[in-house]
Design a protein around this ligand. Sequence first.
Ligand code: IPM
Ligand code: MN
Length: 356
Amino acid sequence: MKTYKIAVIKGDGIGPEIVDEAIKVLDAVSTNAGFNLVYEEVLMGGCAYDVYGEPLPKETIEVCMHCDAILFGAIGGEKWDNLPRDKRPESGLLKLRSTLELFANFRPVKVYDELVDASSLKPAIVEGVDLLVVRELTGGIYFGEPREKEEKKAYNTMVYTKSEIVRIAKMAFEAAMVRGKKVCSIDKANVLEVSQLWREVVEEVAKDYPEVSLSHMYVDNAAMQLVRDPKQFDVILTGNIFGDILSDEASQISGSIGLLPSSSVGGKVGLYEPIHGSAPDIAGQGIANPIATISSASMMLRFAFGEIDAADKIDNAVSLFLKEGYRTKDLSSFGAKEICSTQEAGSIIADKVSKL
Ligand code: IPM
Ligand code: MN
């Protein structure tokens, strides 16, 4: 029987709670599915700093490199906010992304029919939204040199090389080919040289995809268009920092940031994680929404292992769960028939998966 090895990074805050539920669902879907899942838990983030004095210990990188995929919860919290930048939990995640060359981050935004009222936008605007943010993840201003914080001056550098733009643009066009065949590339080419190059290179890559229609948008306009008419978008292609900001904005279209999964790929091993953070304010209370992590586990089955049936089962179980009126606290005001805890939500979804 096929066996897939999964590195599990629970992280900080609500991370452990939501990852435990995703594992519950993975175990349910792998029973009698013709494959085995084995897990190896490793530390990253604040919890790793507390044990090793480093947010990303060598052991963690090694285990991740020898696994078939990585399932990750969330990191960070006030406790570690005043550490020097390279010791902060976030630095662990950034270093993991760059060490594993996970340059392509996919953040799909879908609106569940049952939750059209949960969005802060009008139902008619959000109903049927189905877009994909393709965010460049290992370059741009997050990693550019020089960077420095001095007493009276601080700076960062936004830099992209042509080859970095080519490879992320290809990812976006490939994704568009199996979706709505539209790419909107988002930049700030009216002000930034780095965006001018971005635009030129994206135009060049587009020539290899004549079936895909390409448009460009300035990031300020895109932020507005996303809430004015999100249905105009199919694939959004953008750089690291714009993608960070726009994907949080896009998540609210779906009603809760607790719903959206992501995958980060490009190197040998992919990383699957919810797009939300560690929410320390609600950690340990059993009220976090595990759906984003459960859906990230489904993306892992689909894209890392090619286990399409199993992934479909998880997605269908999540839809059923919502359809039947189960809600975690974040969505309790929207069509709730029964409010459930993080753990109950995981068990109900796992149970549905077993019966599908
Ligand atoms: C994300 C997060 C990270 C980012 C942080 C935690 C470093 O906000 O995955 O979107 O900015 O990329
Ligand atoms: Mn973010």
